[in-house]
Design a protein. Structure first.
Length: 251
């Protein structure tokens, strides 16, 4: 698949761009670098990775892109090139233990952001799992990428991941693409997609213990969910009682 973001008519030249870690109003060229759950309440990367329906990631990225655009952002940092490991200090910032599921979710999210009129920037800070990179290259999926510094960019290029890079200090290593076509901003479907993503990530771990864990991928008993809202806890309780099937996969 060839991304449409590389068919844009103009681009932001190499230089510097502002990285914003809060969802505030952007009045110039700036990049939103905030956790996914800051755009869609409770919907983390891990929640997407635990969905049996991985294509929900495309819809989530689309509405997240609309949220970002409603605040003036045209660039959004997302995802990870790492995988979930035991005792991970930031489990909600990972997608899966599987590099292949991780790459597939990233691919769907790239499509969703582009469809929303947002240029996605893949987060490659921290640990990089080579299998995730290889899987993305196999899918012919890439986009601008956030790295700590030029050395990290060199490392990724040696792995065949040769894209435009943005450093943690906002330095551009290349030209960021822009999008020609941007659909009208529409947030009317946001809550439906948010609920669908959370409902699709109700994971039955073990019914031997009647326990509901929220955002704890290292729990081994009961049911795992990614929100403490009453409606999702009621669904989790029904799964525990065997009154409805679980909808998610174990992280």
């Amino acid at each position: 698949m060839v991304l449409v973001i590389f068919f844009s008519t103009y681009s932001i030249a190499a230089g510097s761009i502002e990285l914003c870690e809060q969802l505030s109003i952007c009045e110039k060229s700036c990049v939103l670098n905030a956790p996914l759950q800051n755009l869609l309440k409770d919907v983390s990367l891990l929640a997407l990775g635990c969905n049996q329906n991985m294509e929900i990631a495309r819809d989530v990225a689309y509405v997240a892109g609309m949220v970002a655009r409603s605040h003036g952002f045209e660039y959004v940092v997302f995802g990870t090139l790492d995988v979930l490991t035991d005792n991970d200090p930031n489990p909600l910032g990972k997608i899966s233990r599987s590099p292949f599921i991780t790459a597939q979710i990233i691919s769907y999210m790239i499509e969703g952001f582009v469809s929303a009129g947002v240029v996605p920037i893949l987060n490659a800070t921290g640990t990089v799992n080579p299998d995730v990179v290889r899987s993305l290259l196999t899918r012919k999926m890439s986009c601008p990428t956030l790295v700590e510094d030029k050395e990290k960019a060199k490392t990724l290029r040696k792995m065949g991941f040769d894209v435009v890079f943005v450093t943690g200090k906002g330095e551009l290593l290349g030209k960021l693409p822009t999008l020609n076509v941007k659909p009208p901003i529409d947030l009317s479907d946001l809550e439906r997609i948010r609920r669908k993503a959370l409902e699709g990530a109700i994971v039955l771990l073990n019914r031997s213990v009647k326990k509901i864990s929220v955002n704890d991928p290292f729990s081994v008993t009961g049911v795992l969910v990614f929100s403490d809202e009453e409606w999702i806890l009621k669904l989790a309780e029904q799964v525990l009682k065997g009154e409805r099937p679980s909808t998610g996969r174990a992280p």
